[in-house]
Structure formats: C-alpha cells, structure tokens
Design a protein around this ligand. Structure first.
Ligand code: COA
Length: 379
C-alpha cells in the first residue's frame, strides 16, 4: 500500500520498568565493605606498617546518604556483591541457545511498555538496546529482544553511557520523523553492578540494576493517552573524569584489585562541578529554541546520579529550589542506574500530569554526554 502520510511526529506512547527483587541498603553495603577493609588491613598489617601497602578506611552510611542521597539500590546478584570475599555480581554464563540476562530483563520492561500502549509486538518496527554496558559484542542484545518479542524489523545496540536512553529516544524519534519506522522500542537494561568497583570506597555505593523501556511512535498510530515530543537535543564533550577502560583489546578479567581502571572510575567532584553548569545551560538554551519558558516546566525527570547535582540543575532552570513534585527522585531507592535513571523517574512520576503539562526528561554522564527530551502530555 502506498504511504500518503507526509509528516511524521514522534511521541512517547508508553514506558515500562523492570526492578530486580533484591535490594541492598546502605547499612548492609557498609557492613560488607568494612568487613573487607578489616580483612585487608589485617592480612597486610606488616606491609602497611612498612608503607608498602595502603591502609584502607571504613565507609560510612552517613557519608553515602549525605554525599549522594542514595539509601539503597536494587541488584541482580545480592549475595555475591555483599560477600566480602567476592564483592561483584556472579551471574552464571548462559548457553548460546538461552537468552542473555540483559535481553531477559529488557524484554520484561518492553512487554510492560507494549501492554501499556495497547501495542502488539508485530506492529513494532525496530528495537534499540541503549545502555552503558553490553554483555557481549554480538549478536546484539537488541536482536535478542526483537526475537523474544517476535518483532519483524531491525534492531541494534547503542552505548552512550548514562545518556544512552535519551540518545536512543532521539534516534528512535528520527526514524519516525524520517518515515523509516512507526513504532520503535528503546530498551535500557542497566546491570551497572557489573561495572562498579565494590571495593572502592569513593564509589562503591553509587550504582544499582534495573531495566527500562520507552515506546516511541508516530502520532498517527499512538494511543490517545501519550506524550508529544516537543524537541530533543544531544550533546557530547570529551572528558576523562568518568572512565572505564574495559574492552575487547584488554581481555584480562576486570579484577578490581589488579585492574581498577577496567571498572567505573570517576573524579566525582570534577564531574559535579563541570556537568551542573553544562547541563543547566543546555536545558535553558533548548527551552528557548523550542519557545518554552523553562521556569514554567511542570516537572523535570532528571538523570539520577546525585541529589545535590539535581537540586542545583533544577534550581538554575526553574529559578527556585525545586520540590519533590517538580523534580522527583528515585535515587534514594534505586541509586544511580545510569541511562535508566531519568526514565524510571518519568515512568513512576508522570501519571498525575494532565493535558498540556510540559516536562523534561534529561540525562547526563560519561563522555561527557547529555540529552534533553521535552515532552507535553496529551490525555
Ligand atoms: N565513606 C566515608 N567517607 C568517604 C567515603 C565513604 N564511602 N568516600 C569518600 N569519603 C571521604 C573522602 O575520603 C573525603 O575525605 P577528606 O575530606 O578527609 O579527604 C570526603 O569523604 C569527601 O570525598 P569526596 O570524594 O570529595 O566526596 P563528594 O562530596 O564529592 O561526594 C560523590 C562524592 C561521588 C558522591 C560526588 O562527588 C558525586 O556524586 N559526583 C557526581 C557523580 C556523578 O554524577 N557521576 C556520574 C556517574 S554516571
């Protein structure tokens, strides 16, 4: 059939969320970390006395909550992470004929998004798996999700660290705008517990596991209850302040003791200082381009990395200290879930908005990378 439709307008039809059952509180985390520290210091007492090995310090529940706003995080492999002799997730490798863990949790989130949109998988044209780490190089996790759902079309993985989901939304929106797809699933399974160095006091509390899904569609086929996408903007600026050197050219197992640079490493203070002004200005400039008054935004679903960062960004954009209704947090219970954070906030805190309410989904993180998605409720 010849397609006579001339303009295509991308909207968000629905979102989905998978949350692992297990969660680690700060108290549990610090107890395990401090047991590891005591063991390390006892085993290395002689070398510490001669200055050949550094003495490690205890972590603290109070510091974690005050510095980050995080109180707990969901994880896929709680026991291994909390075992002071292991301190990393242990997820069994799966056979080639079994679905990967990332695809499995992505499918759960995707099914929920499809259900909420009233969309059958056979009506979806493309799947993007947008996440900050990929379980393997190929075949793509996105193609596994496509296969598991029975989608006829194309799928690929993309990685833009903490901004993967917003970059995925713009990519999906561009496929819709160009007429190349009418319905695109953007799935973000973030098993960030695998890239976190659980033995590093400065960052061991940061991350948690989750999967989100966003269904981006052409307005012509979207449900009545949806979010129009008013505009998307992406930005990258090179920075070494958040880094992970793990890759296929250095295949040594990323053991945190011998190769800490093969896991997540950051200069947290520098990130804080450089990213806050960059992102606040980007939001204000993009709002101006879209002729939106940023101070009148009904809600901001910000990237969930640090409560203090979000407080400052929201204040610069709104012109006043944001309350929990204007800038909701999921950081307290989910921790930093990389690219999924702003999508979890949107998923959990958007049902109460009414026709014409305007909001912003915004991500920022390693690269540096940042993305804005301005949306308006249609009910
Ligand atoms: N428990 C107790 N004390 C700790 C600690 C822990 N787990 N980790 C660090 N400290 C101590 C430090 O040793 C330091 O002590 P000192 O002042 O005696 O030297 C002090 O607390 C401050 O450490 P610092 O690392 O400067 O903390 P911070 O206030 O900058 O908070 C972050 C750390 C990581 C929470 C914060 O910088 C941050 O969130 N930055 C942005 C992170 C981000 O968005 N990253 C993007 C990832 S995608």
């Amino acid at each position: 059939m010849h397609n006579t439709q001339l303009t295509f307008e991308p909207v968000i039809s629905a979102t989905g969320l998978f949350t692992p059952e297990d969660s680690i509180t700060n108290e549990e985390l610090v107890e395990s970390f401090n047991a590891f520290v005591d063991r390390h210091n006892a085993e290395n007492a002689a070398a510490i006395a001669t200055g050949d090995v550094a003495e490690l310090s205890h972590s603290s529940v109070e510091f974690i909550e005050k510095a980050s706003g995080i109180k707990a995080r969901h994880v896929m492999s709680k026991a291994a992470i909390l075992d002071p002799g292991t301190m990393c997730p242990r997820l069994d490798e799966r056979a080639d004929d079994e679905i990967s863990v990332m695809a499995e949790i992505g499918v759960i989130a995707a099914k929920q998004a499809l259900e909420r949109a009233g969309r059958a998988p056979e009506d979806v044209d493309a799947v993007l798996c947008a996440a900050s780490n990929m379980q393997r190089a190929y075949p793509a996790m996105a193609i596994e999700v496509q296969q598991a759902l029975g989608i006829d079309g194309f799928a690929f993985d993309m990685n833009v660290a903490c901004s993967s989901a917003t970059f995925g939304i713009q990519t999906a929106a561009d496929y819709v705008r160009a007429g190349n797809a009418k319905s695109v699933l953007v799935v973000s399974p973030e098993i960030t517990s695998g890239h976190l160095n659980w033995r590093d006091r400065d960052s061991h509390f940061i991350f948690g596991d989750v999967a989100t899904a966003v269904l981006v569609e052409d307005k012509a086929i979207a449900p009545a209850n949806r979010w129009d996408i008013l505009g998307t903007k992406l930005k990258t600026v090179f920075s070494n302040n958040i880094r992970n050197n793990f890759g296929f050219l250095n295949r040594a197992h990323p053991d945190s003791a011998s190769a800490p640079d093969k896991l997540f490493v950051q200069e947290g203070r520098k990130v804080f200082k450089e990213v806050v002004p960059m992102v606040a200005q980007m939001i204000i400039d993009e709002a101006e381009r879209l002729e939106i008054d940023p101070t009148a935004l009904r809600r901001m679903w910000l990237h969930q990395a640090n409560a203090g960062m979000n407080r400052l960004i929201a204040q610069r954009v709104l012109g006043h200290e944001a309350n929990a209704d204007e800038s909701p947090t999921v950081l307290d219970t989910y921790g930093n879930t990389s690219s999924a954070g702003s999508i979890i906030a949107f998923h959990k805190h958007s049902d109460d908005l009414v026709e014409d309410d305007t909001g912003l989904i915004c991500s920022f993180g390693a690269g540096y990378s940042a993305g804005t998605v301005f949306v308006r409720k249609v009910a």
